[in-house]
Design a protein around this ligand. Structure first.
Ligand SMILES: C[S@@+](CC[C@H](N)C(=O)[O-])C[C@H]1O[C@@H](n2cnc3c(N)ncnc32)[C@H](O)[C@@H]1O
Length: 223
C-alpha cells in the first residue's frame, strides 16, 4: 500500500520522498499497536487505507479535520495519532452509533456488543477529539456554521451512496481552506466523486490507494 500511495501523496502534498519516508517509518509502530487491538475484534470494520491518512496529516498539519463514518474509530485513531504527533489540531468525527446502547441483542456485529462507536480511540487522545453521534446531514451543517473556510481536511467514510457522498462533498468543499484536502473512501462506488470533480472543474485528484481519493483546494482563488 505504502509503495503505491507514495507518488500520489507526493503529488498531492508537494512533499519530497525523504519527508514522506520519515512519516511512513514513524507510522510503523503506531499502526502495529492499532492492528493488535483491532485483531482481538475481527468484525471491527476499518478504513484499510487509514495509515495513509496518518502520513497525510503529518505532512499537511491541518488545524481542523472532520470525518464522517466512525464505526470502531480506526480512521479516527490514526488521524488523532497524527495530530498528537503534530502537537496541534482537532478532529470532529460524525457517525451513527452502530453498536448502540439500546439495540436489540444480536442485532449488531458479533464481538462488538456493548462497545460504543469510536471505541478504538484511547483516553490519551480524547483532548483532540469531538464525537458527534448522528448522520452527517444532521451534524455537519452545524459544525461548519460560522467557521468560514478554516477546515484543513474532510474525509468521507459514511454511507457510500450517491446522494450522501454528493451532499457531503458539496457541503464540505466551500469550508476547506486554500490548500485543504477533500478525501473520500469508495470513490468508485458510483459517479458521485467524478461528478463532483467535474462540476468543480477539478482535474488533479489522486487515488492514494484502492478507492481512497483525495483532491486539494487550489491555493489561488479557491472555491
Ligand atoms: C465504513 S464505516 C466507517 C469506518 C471508519 N471510518 C473506520 O475507519 O473505522 C461507515 C460508518 O458510517 C456510518 N454511517 C452510515 N450512514 C451515515 C450517515 N449518513 N452519516 C454518518 N455516518 C453514517 C455507519 O453506521 C458506519 O459505521
Amino acid at each position: 500500500m505504502y509503495r503505491t500511495a507514495r507518488p500520489g501523496l507526493a503529488r498531492l502534498t508537494g512533499a519530497d520522498a525523504g519527508t514522506l519516508d520519515g512519516f511512513f517509518e514513524e507510522l510503523g509502530p503506531v499502526a502495529e499497536n492499532l492492528w493488535r487491538e483491532v485483531a482481538r475484534t475481527p468484525s471491527a470494520g476499518a478504513l484499510m487505507q487509514g495509515p495513509l491518512l496518518y502520513v497525510l496529516v503529518r505532512t499537511l498539519r491541518p488545524a481542523w479535520i472532520i470525518e464522517t463514518g466512525i464505526s470502531s474509530g480506526y480512521s479516527a485513531r490514526l488521524l488523532l495519532e497524527a495530530l498528537e504527533r503534530n502537537g496541534s489540531g482537532h478532529l470532529d468525527s460524525i457517525g451513527i452509533d452502530v453498536f448502540a446502547r439500546g439495540r436489540r441483542p444480536g442485532e449488531g456485529k458479533p464481538g462488538l456488543e456493548g462497545r460504543h462507536v469510536g471505541w478504538l480511540v484511547p483516553e490519551r487522545l480524547m483532548g483532540r477529539w469531538s464525537l458527534h453521534v448522528g448522520t452527517s446531514q444532521e451534524k455537519l451543517p452545524g459544525l461548519l456554521e460560522g467557521k468560514g473556510r478554516s477546515l484543513g481536511l474532510f474525509l468521507h467514510d459514511s454511507l457510500h451512496q450517491y446522494p450522501t457522498m454528493s451532499w457531503e462533498y458539496t457541503t464540505a468543499w466551500p469550508a476547506l481552506r486554500p490548500g485543504g484536502v477533500l478525501a473520500s473512501h469508495d470513490v468508485h462506488a458510483n459517479r458521485a466523486w467524478r461528478d463532483f470533480l467535474g462540476a468543480q472543474g477539478l482535474s488533479r485528484d489522486e487515488e492514494l490507494d484502492h478507492d481512497l481519493g483525495a483532491v486539494r483546494v487550489p491555493l489561488g482563488p479557491g472555491p
